[in-house]
Design a protein around this ligand. Structure first.
Ligand code: NJP
Length: 262
């Protein structure tokens, strides 16, 4: 059975780290994103292949599927491309930001799943499984003020995966979701706040050890490398300092004296 994964959003953050981790574990990997220069550098560094595509464009997703079929097939899809825009209230949030978040976190994931499922099925040998692992968010499970558009999109991602798992029931296909909390990546918050570096840095200010991309990547590899009959349907991964999207401890962690405990 082949061990070839396609990782979307491979040009930065969690996607890039996942390509590195999978390559280190001996997988063949195809990284996908829009920025060719970053994919090229990653390919050079890791020996991964890459494919440039905007996943919100159907013809580019179709071209990706064709490329994968022609170059050895694929048995693992890591849907990681996605992101947030804005932290505005529902009343004031921009509809364009909401539309972008729905496009990239929901419709692009649906497009890629539709295009690749036939190829994933083809790759399954006797006793094997094909995998679809999707990076959602704790924002897809818990609402928070200002999260409206991102919550709506990631809740939709989660709902889609729940439906998919029912629809492939009986097939050797695992539908896996990893829902991260705060991950200190280079671009996520910068994009969320329209390039405002100070606001982006404030998200992580004084948070003791926020997750980094490698933490999520390591867990993704572990989900994929479980024995074929084990399906880690939903893995939630947060820094210890984050109890919920909206409850983050800042400053050092310490054991609370008895008279200050809840
Ligand atoms: O994000 P970032 P992270 N077509 O911005 C690509 C979720 N998450 O690694 O196209 C194709 O570094 C873009 O590449 P490019 C989050 O929602 C994160 O932090 O070249 N690709 C880039 O490689 C997301 O689903 C946190 O610009 C497109 C990648 O997507 C995933 O984790 C917390 C594309 C985004 O990389 C990765 O996040 C959480 C398109 N149209 C969930 N549009 C967190 N970081 O705190 C974008 O709960 N990309």
């Amino acid at each position: 059975m082949i061990r070839r994964a396609v990782v979307t959003g491979a040009s930065s953050g969690i996607g890039e780290a996942t390509v590195v981790a999978l390559r280190s574990a001996g997988w063949d990997v195809v990284g996908v994103a829009r920025r060719r220069d970053r994919l090229e550098a990653l390919a050079e560094r890791t020996g991964a292949r890459y494919f440039v595509a905007d996943l919100t464009v159907q013809s580019e997703v179709d071209a990706l599927a064709e490329y994968l079929a022609e170059t050895g097939g694929v048995n693992t899809l890591v849907n990681n491309a996605g992101g947030a825009r804005g932290l505005d209230s529902i009343e004031n949030g921009g509809v364009e930001d909401w539309a972008w978040m729905y496009e990239v976190n929901v419709l692009a994931v649906k497009r890629v799943i539709s295009a690749l499922l036939p190829h994933l099925r083809e790759s399954v040998g006797d006793g094997g499984v094909a995998d679809i692992v999707t990076v959602s968010s704790i924002a897809g499970h818990t609402a928070y003020e200002g999260g409206g558009g991102y919550n709506a999109a990631k809740f939709a991602t989660h709902a889609m995966l729940e439906v998919l798992r029912l629809e492939v029931s009986g097939e050797p296909i695992r539908v896996l979701e990893i829902a991260p909390g705060m991950v200190y990546t280079e671009e996520f918050s910068l994009n969320r706040f329209g390039g405002d570096k100070e606001r982006a840095e404030n998200v992580y200010a004084s948070v003791p050890d926020p997750l980094v991309a490698d933490d999520v990547a390591r867990v993704i590899v572990s989900m994929l490398e479980q024995p074929p009959h084990v399906s880690l349907d939903l893995v939630v991964i947060k820094p210890v300092a984050q109890s919920a999207p909206h409850k983050v401890h800042r400053g050092a962690l310490h054991v609370r004296p008895q008279d200050h405990r809840a």
